[in-house]
Design a protein around this ligand. Structure first.
Ligand SMILES: *Cc1c(COP(=O)(O)O)cnc(C)c1O
Length: 350
């Protein structure tokens, strides 16, 4: 039975080609700056994004943390979305390890942080307040692409107020493929950009933080301090280089699969699917709350994996294809053809 795992795009297995590239990689000690494959990966991403330098790190969480710590010092503050990964899903690392205070801001429906809310959250230079230093955005966020003109306006506000700009670009290439523009068009609005190689790009590990020589110099120090200085890391960096060569354009397939899945699911009575939310490789379905656990078990028995939540996020990736979308939608349809909610069952028996 083929596994259809829609919990995340982190679940992919390295392909045969990627494994071959990893096995063949030239390596050295990266803490001494001597791993040729890591150096090539860093140079490649710096060039693609139009920045001076880059640093290869273990995870996206570490990349964001090192980025924040390279912008901010103890007692500084960064403005960040209430639902942003850096704020909500990274264990509070910026505060815990960086002594950096987050100032969370509510998102608008399109995933942006309104300029009015950002401006209102910037603190005056006064000892009562933390020093506001940085705006951190995420793109894509919840599968949504931030509008290009929004990036320009936010950057203009940041420059006017003397703030830095950091992008959590865990899924930056999904935005790039969706917009059909060079990645530099997005990256140029930010001082630092974190890119995950282990999400839709399909590498087993690794992220890269990109920025100026000065910022990446600081990042290199923090990476070591945080225990992230790896040695012959070229074995893994080779997977990242392979992914950049072979797995960027194909993200369009993931986007098409997410759309096809959402359209199939939207036709099933008993569940709600908002097609407007499907911009890249994520679809979302809402099922009656009491149906979730039974649905999850029903699907698991058929080799299909989901994560439950108030809204169920379904993520497409390298290891699922269009036939899997159909199989998944068929299974959900089959479940709801027979499922009766607890309320309905009670009414029937009354
Ligand atoms: C997955 C993810 C990260 C961090 O990734 P890890 O490698 O799991 O630490 C950061 N930001 C976003 C938006 C993500 O989706």
């Amino acid at each position: 039975m083929k596994l259809i795992d829609l919990r995340s795009d982190t679940v992919t297995q390295p392909t045969a080609g990627m494994r071959a590239a990893m096995a063949a990689a030239d390596v050295g000690d990266d803490v001494y700056g001597e791993d040729p494959t890591v150096n090539r990966l860093e140079a490649t991403l710096a060039e693609m994004l139009g920045k001076e330098a880059a640093i290869y790190v273990a995870t996206g969480t570490q990349s964001n943390l090192i980025g924040l710590m390279s912008h901010c010092e103890r007692g500084d503050e960064y403005l960040v979305g209430q639902q942003a990964h850096t704020y909500k899903y990274e264990g509070g690392g910026a505060a815990v390890l960086g002594s950096i205070q987050p100032q969370p801001i509510e998102h608008e429906a399109d995933g942006t942080l309104s300029l009015v809310r950002i401006a209102a959250a910037i603190k005056p230079d006064d000892p009562h307040f933390a020093r506001t230093r940085l705006i951190a955005l995420e793109n894509t966020i919840g599968g949504k692409v931030l509008p290009m003109d929004y990036l320009a306006k936010t950057e203009a506000l940041a420059r006017e107020r003397g703030l830095g700009m950091h992008l959590d670009g865990a899924r930056l290439f999904n935005a790039v493929v969706k917009l059909g523009r060079p990645v530099g068009d997005i990256a140029r609005h930010f001082d630092s950009v974190s890119v995950c190689l282990s999400k839709g790009l399909g590498a087993p590990v690794g992220s890269v933080l990109v920025g100026s020589n000065e910022l990446i110099g600081r990042a290199r120090r923090w990476r070591k301090v945080l225990g992230g200085g790896m040695r012959q890391a070229g074995l893994m960096a080779a997977a990242g280089l392979y992914a950049l060569d072979h797995h960027v354009d194909r993200l369009a397939d993931d986007h098409a699969n997410a759309r096809a899945l959402a359209e199939r699911l939207a036709a099933i009575p008993g569940i709600a699917v908002d097609l407007d939310l499907v911009q890249t490789n994520m679809a979302f379905m809402q099922v009656p709350l009491d149906a979730g656990p039974a649905l999850k078990d029903f699907l698991a028995a058929r080799g299909m994996r989901i994560s439950l939540g108030p809204v169920i996020r379904l993520v497409t990736h390298l290891d699922v294809d269009r036939a899997d979308m159909d199989a998944f939608a068929d299974a959900v349809g089959e479940f709801f053809a027979t499922y009766r909610s607890a309320a309905t069952r009670a009414a029937v028996h009354a």
